[in-house]
Design a protein around this ligand. Structure first.
Ligand SMILES: *[C@@H]1O[C@H](CO)[C@@H](O)[C@H](O)[C@H]1NC(C)=O
Ligand SMILES: *[C@@H]1O[C@H](CO)[C@@H](O)[C@H](O)[C@H]1NC(C)=O
Ligand SMILES: *[C@@H]1O[C@H](CO)[C@@H](O)[C@H](O)[C@H]1NC(C)=O
Ligand SMILES: *[C@@H]1O[C@H](CO)[C@@H](O)[C@H](O)[C@H]1NC(C)=O
Ligand SMILES: *[C@@H]1O[C@H](CO)[C@@H](O)[C@H](O)[C@H]1NC(C)=O
Ligand SMILES: *[C@@H]1O[C@H](CO)[C@@H](O)[C@H](O)[C@H]1NC(C)=O
Ligand SMILES: *[C@@H]1O[C@H](CO)[C@@H](O)[C@H](O)[C@H]1NC(C)=O
Ligand SMILES: *[C@@H]1O[C@H](CO)[C@@H](O)[C@H](O)[C@H]1NC(C)=O
Ligand SMILES: *[C@@H]1O[C@H](CO)[C@@H](O)[C@H](O)[C@H]1NC(C)=O
Ligand SMILES: *[C@@H]1O[C@H](CO)[C@@H](O)[C@H](O)[C@H]1NC(C)=O
Length: 663
């Protein structure tokens, strides 16, 4: 195994990212009083993979004028006009680039990546199920084959030396689909897949044939082509290719599926148009995309990244137009950021409702071409993603999927360890994974949660808030503070009342409420992020389970029927207003998974028994007893076990750089 690992690491490094990782330097310290120095020295000399980049930016100064730090918010106990359609706990899910599934999901159908199972289990416990899309740019040329050498599940086609501009395609076997099915047998994950659209004269429908047969009701639907509005830019179609041409291509796939005796169901199984911003959604509706394909549509889909880091990644260090992360950091740290994205789709989500179709953000994240160091992997990105997700829900999207690339990107919600470190280091959980946990709890498991943007605190963009009605009951509040201020002076106290007073409603303020906080020392923090007091630790510290003791605050409301909720700067509070058994649940009994194949037991297992004692319930039974390794003991706060990633990663040595390049 070892030589394979080294070979693999060696073979992909230069192509994939050694030339594309830009190292950004912090501005000199002292420029602001709130600067955090942590990580700066490491960042300056950092040349490793983007996913573990230690760059820490300077948090923006508190805004001037500062948002008011005390304010009153009247709430209605009865549902109000303007609420979203009913949302489910699976609202926020994941989009996994096809080329990285070996690292993220598992090596094959009998070797699943245990941390991934745990990460999905956490969300299932809170939201009932998880939606995951396997696709991305690499789906459009992926080809199902009957077998590959050495029983591999996936590999990259050999480069055609006569045609150096041809992107080698992914070849995979149906074991990929058995792997997804085996994951769904353990955790409640439902899948979106994609049908390749690079060649309408020679369609490859294998993924639909095998996907339907193997995944059954765990298959949500098939995206027909990925981002067709990029096809001419990528030279996959002539310049005249437009919305009507895509709609026609969609029809060709639809007809071929209906003619395919190996495909049973096409009605309600296809997704499109998956536009990425090059064409406006209205251009697609104007060519009758919806009525022409209504019978086959599972949902309408879109993809969007609000920014891009392409100049820095592809243009080299002197690329003109390269974005300086420090300069755009602040643009993510307010409510307007998510509102601006959602606004572009509101007429389309209304159209989707009149057509009875779900509306899915198929792939999104902070910036394409990998995101920005210090931005996409900071606590600020967690607040941004959480607010953006809730804003999409308020705007009547029905699902939004955060993209997972390879080690070459900054924005991953979770990243497996690099190949040659996989025997002794574990996964890195990104800040935006915490956002997904919080959204799952905000919507819960009823499928009946409707959300409204409160335009709170005088509609101040730094202190947004939402109210969530579960069925007919006002159940939760989501309160943000984007201001980063270590002095504490920018923490705010929101005072609210439910009904009573001049509202004409009976007083509905409860005697007490429960609060879970998402916290970190500053918006630029990478580590020390906690959700209700629990954490996944720093880089390379997680097996996918939260560690530490869950902390749920109880706030006693006042005799005047108001409640005060403090929100630190920065921070997010999820306030549970009802006392039903499903609210403010503790998740002490989340199902977790042991590894099924153990190798290299030396240097790999260091479990801090005190963490085991306080971490999620049943997990202890699955764990390998703590022992002192005969090498360097990592003093990680996270409980650790061997997810057998050495195996998972090394087997993929033949799959070259495309595995880690994405978007
Ligand atoms: C996983 O998939 C394989 C097919 O390769 C199947 O034989 C096996 O029983 C499945 N289940 C588990 C738990 O591995
Ligand atoms: C998965 O990989 C392991 C290790 O090579 C192998 O033993 C097992 O048979 C593989 N499973 C399948 C279904 O190919
Ligand atoms: C589409 O992709 C497949 C797989 O890579 C390739 O064999 C085929 O030539 C491509 N077709 C076109 C028209 O590019
Ligand atoms: C797109 O459709 C138009 C109108 O039917 C046609 O003239 C044009 O050739 C098509 N372009 C492509 C690339 O298929
Ligand atoms: C970038 O610009 C600097 C300063 O002009 C120059 O010294 C350096 O060689 C350039 N690097 C590249 C890769 O072009
Ligand atoms: C979402 O849909 C509901 C129900 O149709 C509607 O009342 C509300 O205005 C919509 N929200 C937005 C932002 O369009
Ligand atoms: C892993 O590979 C990288 C790149 O080749 C190298 O710099 C690093 O030292 C290796 N780490 C270990 C622990 O072998
Ligand atoms: C919510 O929706 C999911 C997915 O459709 C379904 O499996 C689940 O049973 C629903 N839950 C309730 C409480 O209806
Ligand atoms: C809040 O501010 C946004 C952005 O300026 C604006 O679009 C919206 O109408 C405002 N809402 C209210 C209720 O004032
Ligand atoms: C962050 O966590 C590290 C351990 O992971 C700890 O040493 C450090 O004191 C923490 N910093 C803050 C500000 O809490």
């Amino acid at each position: 195994m070892r030589p394979f690992c080294l070979y693999y690491a060696f073979s992909f490094l230069p192509v994939a990212w050694s030339s594309s990782v830009t190292v950004y330097y912090q501005r000199p310290f002292g420029a602001t009083t709130t600067a955090s120095a942590s990580g700066s020295a490491a960042a300056a000399s950092y040349t490793g993979a983007a996913a573990y980049d230690p760059t820490v930016l300077i948090p923006p100064m508190p805004p001037n004028p500062a948002p008011p730090t005390t304010f009153f918010q009247q709430l209605s106990s009865a549902p109000v006009p303007g609420l979203s359609i009913p949302q489910a706990g699976y609202f926020f899910g994941f989009s996994v680039e096809f080329s990285v599934i070996l690292q993220v999901l598992g090596a094959n159908s009998t070797r699943l990546a245990v941390p991934f199972l745990n990460l999905m289990s956490n969300i299932q416990a809170r939201g009932g199920s998880v939606r995951v899309r396997v696709g991305g740019n690499t789906q459009d040329t992926a080809t199902l084959v009957s077998s590959l050498a050495d029983h591999k599940m996936m590999e990259k086609e050999a480069q055609d030396t006569n045609n150096p501009t041809h992107t080698p395609a992914l070849l995979y076997t149906d074991d990929v689909l058995y792997m997804l099915a085996n994951i769904s047998a353990l955790v409640n994950v439902e899948w979106y897949l994609g049908i390749p659209l690079n060649d309408t004269a020679n369609l490859r429908l294998g993924i639909a044939e095998a996907g339907e047969a193997i995944l059954g009701d765990k298959l949500i639907g098939f995206q027909v082509g990925n981002e067709p509005d990029q096809y001419t830019l990528h030279l996959h179609r002539p310049a005249s290719y437009g919305p009507a041409n895509y709609s026609s291509d969609f029809g060709i796939v639809d007809a071929a599926l209906r003619a395919d005796s190996k495909v049973a169901t096409v009605d309600g199984k296809l997704l499109g148009p998956s536009l990425s911003g090059q064409w406006q959604p209205q251009e697609m509706w104007d060519v009758n995309f919806i009525p022409d394909h209504k019978q086959s549509l599972a949902a309408l889909s879109m993809s969007f990244y609000p920014n891009n880091n392409c100049a820095a990644v592809f243009g080299g260090p002197n690329a003109t137009g390269a974005v300086v992360p420090q300069q755009i950091f602040a643009s993510y740290l307010n409510h307007a950021a998510g509102q601006a994205i959602a606004a572009n789709y509101i007429s389309s989500t209304l159209l989707a409702q009149t057509s009875n179709l779900p509306f899915v953000m198929m792939e999104t994240n902070s910036a394409s071409c990998g995101g920005f160091p210090g931005v996409s992997n900071s606590f600020g990105s967690a607040l941004w993603a959480l607010d953006y997700g809730l804003q999409l829900a308020y705007s009547n999207f029905t699902t939004a999927l955060l993209h997972v690339g390879g080690q070459g990107v900054y924005y991953n919600p979770f990243t497996p360890p690099p190949t040659n470190q996989s025997t002794f280091r574990d996964w890195t959980i990104g800040p935006i994974y915490y956002s997904v946990l919080a959204v799952a709890e905000a919507f819960g498991t009823s499928n009946q949660s409707r959300i409204i943007d409160l335009a709170m605190n005088g509609n101040n963009t730094f202190t947004p808030g939402y109210a969530i009605y579960d069925g007919a009951v006002l159940a939760r509040l989501a309160l943000f503070n984007y201001v980063s201020d270590s002095t504490g002076a920018s923490a705010y106290t929101a005072t609210f009342a439910i009904g009573g007073g001049a509202t004409g409603q009976p007083n509905g303020t409860p005697a007490q409420v429960k609060v879970k906080y998402l916290l970190a020392p500053s918006v630029s923090s990478k580590d020390n992020i906690t959700w209700a007091g629990q954490t996944f630790g720093s880089a390379f510290e997680s097996d996918g389970r939260l560690t530490g003791t869950e902390q749920i605050q109880t706030v006693t409301c006042k005799s005047d029927n108001t409640c005060d909720i403090k929100v630190p700067s920065p921070g997010f509070a999820l306030v549970f207003l009802t006392d039903t058994s499903t609210d403010a649940e503790t998740y002490a009994d989340v199902k977790t998974f042991p590894t099924t194949a153990l190798t290299k037991t030396i240097n790999t297992l260091t479990i801090d028994p005190s963490v085991l004692a306080t971490s999620n319930g049943q997990a202890g039974a699955n764990f390998i007893p703590a022992r002192t390794s005969n090498g360097k003991k990592k003093t990680s706060a996270a409980a650790r076990f061997l997810p057998n990633l050495a195996f998972v990663l090394c087997i993929s040595f033949g799959v070259a750089s495309v595995l880690w390049r994405t978007v």
